[in-house]
Design a protein around this ligand. Structure first.
Ligand SMILES: NC(=O)c1ccc[n+]([C@@H]2O[C@H](COP(=O)([O-])OP(=O)(O)OC[C@H]3O[C@@H](n4cnc5c(N)ncnc54)[C@H](O)[C@@H]3O)[C@@H](O)[C@H]2O)c1
Length: 446
C-alpha cells in the first residue's frame, strides 16, 4: 500500500468500556509488587508521576504526520483508571505491603510513611509454596492441601471471594524465580494437567497452580518471572477456552532492555559481534534466590534468548555466527535493589576491524519493573474487554515488556524493542478501528 497509514480493520469491534473496579491479584508481595502498589497510590494522591509507564504517560500518533494528532494512549483506548484499581495478593510471608516495602528498601522512608495506612491494610493471603521449586526461601504463610488440585481450588476460592468486591480481575506473578523446568507430558493438554494436579506431578510448580486457577476462573495472567508457568500447551488452551489472555514472561527491565535496544542497532548497520559478556551484582531477595544455580538456570535461559533471535545468525553468518554470549548474576548484599549491570560487547566493522563497547547500567531494579507490571495488568484487562483479542490466548503485542515473549507454536519471537513498540501501538490502533502506521510516507511527496 502506497501510503504511510494503512486502513485498520474497520470490522474490529472496539473494546468495551472499563466500568467499575479492576481487582489486581499479585502473587508475591516483594520488592517489585510493593513498589508498584505504593507507586500507584502515590500517583493517585498526586505525590509523584508514573514515570516509565506507557499506559499513563505514552501517546499514540493517529493519522498522518501533518494531522498533528497524538492523544495519550489512556485517552485513546479505554483503560482502567488508576483510581479504580484495587490490589490484593499472596505471599509466603505474613508481612503486609508496608512491612514488605520497608524490608525491600526500594522507596524512601518518607514516601512509605505517607502511604503507611493504605499499605498496611493490604495483607497477603496464604500462598501456594513448595521449597523444592525455590530453594533459598522458607515460607511460613502457606496453604495446606491434600494435593495440588486441592491447592488450586483454594486459590480459585480466593479469586471468587475477591471478585465479589470488584468488577474485573487480573492476576500477575511477581513471585520468585522457580527452578528450571521443561515442558513434559503433564503440560500437554488441560486433561493431562488436571490429572497431574490430582497426582501431585512434580512437573507442576506453584506458579502453574496459580495460573491454572486464574485461567480456569477466566482471569488474565501475566508472568513477571522467567518461570515456565503458562508457556505450555495446557495453559494456552485454557487461556483461549476461557477468554483469559496471557502474554510472555520475565519483565524486560535492565540489561535485557539495553540488549534489545543495542543489538538491533548493530544489526541495522551490519556491524558484526564476536562476544557479549554481561554480568550483574544485585543484593535484594531476588538476587539471593538467583544465587541458587537451579533458579539462575531459569533466568539464564530467559536472558540468553534475545540476542540469538535479534541477530538471526542463519541470515548473517559473517556477522553473528560465532558470538560468545555469557550472562552472570552475582548476589552482592551491599547494593540491595540497586543493581549494577556491566556489558562488554566486542563488535567488528569494515573489513573486520574490532571495536569494543562498555555499558555500565547502575539501575534500580524495582523502579524499572513497577511500571511494566502496572502496564501489563492494565493492557491484559483491556485485552479481555476487546472482542478480537480476548479469545486468542497469547497477546504477542505485549512482548514489548518481556524478556521472553510468547508466540504461537512455530513462530519466532520478536525481541527488537522498537518493533515491539510499533506492534503494540498498531494493535491499539487496530482494536479502535484507526489506521495503522507503516511509516512509508510517500503520500507527503505526491
Ligand atoms: N525487578 C526486576 O527488574 C525484575 C526483572 C525481571 C524479572 N523480575 C522477577 O520478578 C520477580 C519478583 O522480583 P522481586 O525483586 O520483587 O523479588 P522479591 O524476592 O522481592 O519478591 C518475590 C516475592 O515472592 C514471594 N514468593 C515466592 N514464592 C511465592 C509463592 N509461591 N507464592 C506467593 N509468593 C511467593 C516471596 O516471598 C517474595 O516476597 C522475581 O522472580 C524476579 O526474577 C524482576
Amino acid at each position: 500500500m502506497s501510503t504511510e497509514v494503512q486502513s485498520g480493520q474497520k470490522t474490529a469491534q472496539n473494546a468495551a468500556p472499563a466500568k467499575g473496579k479492576l481487582g489486581v491479584m499479585v502473587v508475591g508481595l516483594g520488592a517489585v509488587a510493593t513498589t508498584m502498589i505504593a507507586g500507584v497510590e502515590a500517583v493517585r494522591r498526586g505525590l509523584a508521576k508514573p514515570i516509565g509507564s506507557l499506559t499513563q504517560m505514552g501517546t499514540i500518533r493517529l493519522g498522518k504526520r501533518t494531522d498533528n494528532k497524538s492523544p495519550l494512549i489512556k485517552d485513546f483506548v479505554p483503560l482502567a483508571d488508576l483510581n479504580d484499581v484495587v490490589f490484593t495478593g499472596w505471599d509466603i510471608f505474613e508481612d503486609n505491603v508496608y512491612e514488605s516495602a520497608a524490608h525491600a528498601k526500594v522507596l524512601d522512608n518518607e514516601t512509605l510513611q505517607q502511604l503507611k495506612p493504605y499499605l498496611e491494610a493490604i495483607k497477603p493471603l496464604p500462598a501456594v509454596f513448595d521449597q523444592y521449586y525455590v530453594k533459598r526461601l522458607h515460607g511460613t504463610h502457606v496453604k495446606k492441601g491434600k494435593n495440588k488440585m486441592d491447592l488450586a481450588n483454594q486459590v480459585r476460592e480466593d479469586i471468587r471471594n475477591f471478585r465479589k468486591t470488584v468488577d474485573r480481575v487480573v492476576m500477575i506473578w511477581c513471585g520468585s524465580t522457580e527452578i528450571f523446568l521443561e515442558p513434559t507430558a503433564v503440560h500437554a493438554s488441560i486433561e493431562a494437567f488436571e490429572k497431574g494436579l490430582q497426582n501431585d506431578d512434580i512437573g507442576i510448580a506453584p506458579s502453574q497452580i496459580y495460573a491454572y486457577a486464574a485461567l480456569t476462573e477466566g482471569v488474565p495472567f501475566a508472568n513477571g518471572a522467567p518461570n515456565l508457568t503458562v508457556d505450555v500447551p495446557a495453559m494456552i488452551e485454557l487461556s483461549k477456552k476461557n477468554n483469559a489472555p496471557i502474554c510472555g514472561k520475565d519483565f524486560k527491565t535492565g540489561q535485557t532492555f539495553m540488549k534489545t535496544v543495542l543489538a538491533p542497532a548493530f544489526k541495522a548497520r551490519l556491524l558484526g559481534v564476536s562476544g557479549w559478556y554481561s554480568t550483574n551484582i544485585l543484593g535484594n531477595r531476588d538476587g539471593e534466590v538467583l544465587d541458587d544455580p537451579e533458579s539462575f538456570k531459569t533466568k539464564e535461559e530467559s536472558k540468553l534468548g534475545s540476542l540469538e533471535y535479534i541477530f538471526q545468525p542463519e541470515l548473517y553468518p559473517d556477522l553473528y555466527k560465532d558470538i560468545f554470549h555469557k550472562v552472570r548474576i552475582n548476589y552482592y548484599p551491599p547494593r540491595g535493589d540497586n543493581k549494577e549491570g556491566w556489558d562488554n560487547i566486542d563488535i567488528f566493522g569494515w573489513l573486520g576491524y574490532p571495536m569494543q563497547i562498555k555499558v555500565d547500567f547502575l539501575c534500580r531494579d524495582s523502579i524499572l519493573a513497577a511500571p511494566i507490571a502496572l502496564d501489563l495488568v492494565l493492557f491484559l484487562d483491556l485485552a479481555q474487554r476487546t472482542p478480537s483479542l480476548r479469545g486468542i490466548g497469547i497477546q504477542e503485542w505485549l512482548s514489548f515488556y518481556l524478556k521472553s515473549p510468547q508466540t504461537r507454536e512455530g513462530l519466532y519471537p520478536e525481541h527488537d524493542l522498537f518493533i515491539q513498540l510499533m506492534k503494540l501501538k498498531n494493535t491499539l490502533r487496530h482494536i479502535q478501528g484507526a489506521e495503522l502506521i507503516t511509516h512509508l510516507g510517500l503520500e507527503y511527496y505526491d
